[in-house]
Design a protein around this ligand. Structure first.
Ligand SMILES: *[C@@H]1O[C@H](CO)[C@@H](O)[C@H](O)[C@H]1NC(C)=O
Ligand SMILES: *[C@@H]1O[C@H](CO)[C@@H](O)[C@H](O)[C@H]1NC(C)=O
Ligand SMILES: *[C@@H]1O[C@H](CO)[C@@H](O)[C@H](O)[C@H]1NC(C)=O
Ligand SMILES: *[C@@H]1O[C@H](CO)[C@@H](O)[C@H](O)[C@H]1NC(C)=O
Length: 601
């Protein structure tokens, strides 16, 4: 290992000599793969939904396939239409120009194919394959090492299967199946060779994106997805969901033993609030328990699918061990919802129910929130603080875990991309993925034993808090949310009224979690999200969180009808809740729309 690092150091130095590589390969000076170092950034891209049948100038009410209407050249912002080729080409061009040399890996959370949204053009297996292949080719084109004739990639790409990447949508049978086989082939460059067999069996794998340090685990959420009627949760041993969770447990244990950390990613997020249950309850239970027990290993969890920008807090108090263990009794699933008609209305009530959940979290005693957890508070405040800390699981809020849901490329609102920053202190000279490629990798461990369900081991009591909880190497520090304002881009071009005219895309910063003066998140630890959620949930926001000191008249009127006694009070709009909603819909909705949504309680 030390030997390798010395060579690496030599390879990145501006030395004119060619450096001998451990495996007998010659690396020329200027070799892209060899000179590549960690940047502490990665791209999360999701829900591209490419549609070859998209016609600029057609009608969004006809899936942008026919008729005359406002379908733009780069897409129909705010519609249910899928993405035209032009949007995909432009987006990848933009990634190549602006991100290619600045990121360490790509998290790609699925749904690359168009929806089955037009009975005149039904989807076929070959279309789904075609659209997925187009995106694979785009990634390879952008991220291949230029002077490597084998077309090897410079950085790892970690994909996962979305509910629209299979046919019929949502339905995914136990593997091996036609789709795991197709994707194993298509993703040859992305799935480590020694895991291809496992992938064909279940559609899950992991990639060691920073050798010996960080893995990205691609979960096959199709086996957890409540709308997948071909499988039945994670309770029965015969179910692929059960096997998936067992595999995950073994991998996380292995990573703990190797001192590695893991980012989990998948397509369908573990949304579980109000009426919404995206995952089968037994899968959610195990997932939450795994997150709890491997809280020293898991860096964070990233998802797509819902097309709205938001985050989810998993509360470990919702884990009921009996439910996790019981393999026979059927758990009550509150409702099965078909995720295909996620209307603005259902999205809105989902967001409102998240807020409602957050308003019931333990609230910090006021002086402590404001003085930034100072130690020298009066005795009484100290007691309150202690009690509060205990309620949230200690100073790092270990009672909770966070899942982050990125908005989509497909312009349900505006097209988006998300770039994360993570802590690389002390990792600057780490071996990179591209250089470790030829190193033999440890075999993927698959649990063969059919022993009884095991509750995973918690971290050793001596272990420091994990990277999701306290800022350390690999902790997620922040993200920049990019979006392309199609309204402006399409209006800018000197058309007039020629939607077929090419427009170059331009992604701009919507917000940045660290630099932003509303979210003000110093990092993306669970504690930071807990604080943000608390501020979003406040019905009576602190002074700093009032929307320009404005009085919320709409709410006052409504309150009068609903809640007596409160009508006399002045209500202020919560700036943080407004920003959260505004961002959920990528800035697409205007103030009136937002006001209406915001007043739902
Ligand atoms: C998109 O790029 C592909 C090549 O990657 C090209 O064949 C196609 O014509 C392009 N389409 C548009 C609309 O730009
Ligand atoms: C890895 O091995 C392949 C073929 O075995 C070779 O073409 C490639 O250059 C090697 N890459 C590195 C970074 O050593
Ligand atoms: C990264 O973690 C280290 C602790 O290991 C900390 O000192 C440093 O400030 C962190 N870096 C950033 C940019 O937050
Ligand atoms: C998008 O552009 C339109 C037209 O220029 C503008 O009115 C709107 O405020 C912009 N929206 C965002 C979120 O940038």
């Amino acid at each position: 290992m030390r030997f390798l690092l010395c060579l690496l150091a030599a390879a990145v130095a501006a030395s004119p000599v060619t450096v001998q590589q451990p495996f007998g390969e010659q690396v020329e000076k200027g070799d892209e793969a060899a000179s590549r170092r960690l940047h502490g950034r990665f791209l999360h891209i999701t829900d591209v939904h490419l549609d070859r049948f998209y016609q600029p100038g057609s009608s969004p009410s006809k899936a942008c396939h026919r008729g005359k209407g406002k379908a733009g050249y780069l897409g129909a912002a705010g519609s249910d239409c899928d993405s035209p080729y032009a949007l995909v080409n432009e987006t990848f061009d933009w990634i190549e120009k602006n991100l290619k040399d600045q990121i360490d890996f790509v998290v790609w959370t699925g749904d690359s194919a168009r929806h089955d949204n037009d009975e005149r053009i039904p989807r076929t297996e070959s279309q789904i394959e075609e659209f997925n292949q187009v995106l694979v080719d785009k990634f390879v084109e952008v991220f291949r090492a230029r002077n490597d004739p084998t077309g090897n990639l410079l950085i790892p790409i970690v994909p996962t299967i979305g509910n629209n990447d299979v046919m019929p949508h949502n339905i995914f049978t136990k593997g091996p199946n036609v789709w795991t086989k197709k994707f194993a082939k298509m993703w040859k460059k992305f799935i480590p060779e020694e895991q291809r067999h496992t992938f064909v069996e279940g559609g899950w794998f992991w990639s060691e994106v920073i050798p010996d340090k960080l893995a990205v685990v691609s979960l096959n959420t199709m086996y957890f997805f409540d709308s997948n009627h071909a499988v039945d949760g994670c309770k029965a041993k015969s179910e692929p969901g059960y096997q998936h969770m067992e595999w995950l447990r073994v991998q996380l244990q292995l990573m703990r033993e190797r001192g590695m950390k893991a980012i989990l990613m998948g397509h369908v997020p573990p949304a579980r609030s109000g009426d919404k249950r995206s995952w089968d309850e037994s899968c959610w239970q195990k997932y939450a328990l795994w997150l709890r027990q491997y809280r020293d290993v898991v860096v964070g969890s990233l998802y797509g699918h819902m097309n709205i920008d938001h985050f989810i807090l998993q509360d470990m108090h919702d884990i009921t061990i009996a439910d996790v263990m019981d393999e026979t009794s059927g758990l009550q699933d509150p409702s099965h919802d078909d995720d295909n008609d996620l209307t603005a209305q259902s999205r809105t009530s989902y967001l409102a129910s998240l807020r409602d959940d957050w308003s019931r979290m333990p609230s910090p005693p006021p002086p402590i929130l404001e003085d930034g957890w100072a130690e020298n508070s009066p005795i009484d405040a100290q007691d309150k603080k202690k009690k509060f800390m205990k309620q949230i699981g200690g100073p790092w809020a270990e009672r909770y875990a966070v899942s982050l849901v990125s908005p989509s490329v497909v312009p349900n609102y505006y097209p988006t991309l998300r770039v994360f920053e993570y802590n690389i202190t002390g990792l600057e000279d780490s071996l990179t993925w591209a250089l470790a490629r030829n190193r033999s990798q440890p075999d993927a461990v698959v649990s063969k034993k059919k022993n009884k369900f095991k509750i995973p081991e918690p971290p050793s009591p001596a272990a420091p808090p994990g990277p999701a909880y306290s800022n350390q190497p690999l902790t997620l520090l922040g993200y920049t949310q990019y979006y392309a304002n199609l309204t402006r881009l399409e209006a800018d071009k000197s058309k007039p009224d020629n939607p077929r005219k090419p427009v170059p895309i331009e992604f701009e910063v919507e917000y940045h979690t660290r630099g932003d003066d509303i979210y003000r998140m110093k990092d993306l630890t669970v504690r930071s999200f807990f604080k943000l959620a608390t501020r979003i949930a406040k019905k009576e926001p602190d002074k700093a969180d009032r929307l320009d000191g404005s009085i919320d008249t709409t709410k006052k009127k409504k309150k009068k009808k609903k809640k007596k006694g409160k009508s006399g009070k002045t209500h202020y709009k919560n700036k943080v809740w407004h920003a959260f909603l505004n961002r959920a819909f990528v800035g697409f909705l205007d103030d009136d729309d937002l006001d209406e949504i915001a007043s739902i309680d």
